[in-house]
Design a protein around this ligand. Sequence first.
Ligand code: GLN
Length: 309
Amino acid sequence: MPCQTSEELAELVSIAREVTKEGKIADYIPALGEANQGDLSVAIYHIENTCMSAGDIEKSFTLQSISKVLTLALVLMDHGESYVFDKVGMEPTGDPFNSIVKLETHENQRPLNPMINAGALAVTNMIKGSDKEEKLSRFLAFTKELTFNENIKVCSEIASSEFENAWLNRSLCYFMKKDGIIDGDVEDLIDLYSKQCAVQMHSLDLAKIGAVFALDGKHPQTEKQIIPKDIARICKTFMVTCGMYNASGEFAIKVGIPAKSGVSGGIMGIVPYHFGIGIFGPSLDKKGNSIAGIKLLHLLSEKYELNIF
Ligand SMILES: NC(=O)CC[C@H](N)C(=O)O
């Protein structure tokens, strides 16, 4: 379904777009470095199946860390809470998303939560399937169901670019293998994780996933309960406490909605029982969040009183 263009939204996008100049595009995954610094798009998908959008909505982007919310939902459905949280904690960390430090210094060697890379790699390792191909195809099928879009696929250029440069993620895996948090072949896990992060979509697809979470796991179009309500709730809670990396506290105070960002510049926002928000703006702030995306969410939250607290 095409989205309505909204002048009100376009005005907010043009204000927020100004700050793209102050940020930087992530290039530690070299292929991400090809994005345009000034791009910014937003789509808002309402649970009653209407949507509005503005900005560069024809641009696609990869999920990166936003995929961590989806793999968490999938493994919680695969194994249940106690199995998953036996290996991954529930506490926020004040460290950057790819930090290795807490794996050694924290008394319990479990990664602190599923939204940092260590925890997310452990979660990806738990996806059910006989090999990495089956695991990826289950993840893709889940993403297609959430977005109601059969065309969702992996961007192989970005997946290979991450795979070839994922030295820190490999280190996290070997560290966790030592402690029995993950098992199996690390190269297979890095391959699967890089592909999961490289799943590509548009702001509208992301907004639609947000709308599923806004409805406690029920798809607004098909009305199917894709994610059990208690699991959707766990995912949203992690988004509030850890979704914006080590900027989650400030974001909760200033914007006040569950949200998850990724280094490609995507942000998925959720306004419970109202709508999902999908944003793409590749220029990032120092903590790795879309600088204009955050600005736009501030403006939206203020104007429409979205803060849930
Ligand atoms: N913050 C992110 O989006 C990180 C995801 C990225 N694929 C990585 O592991 O480095």
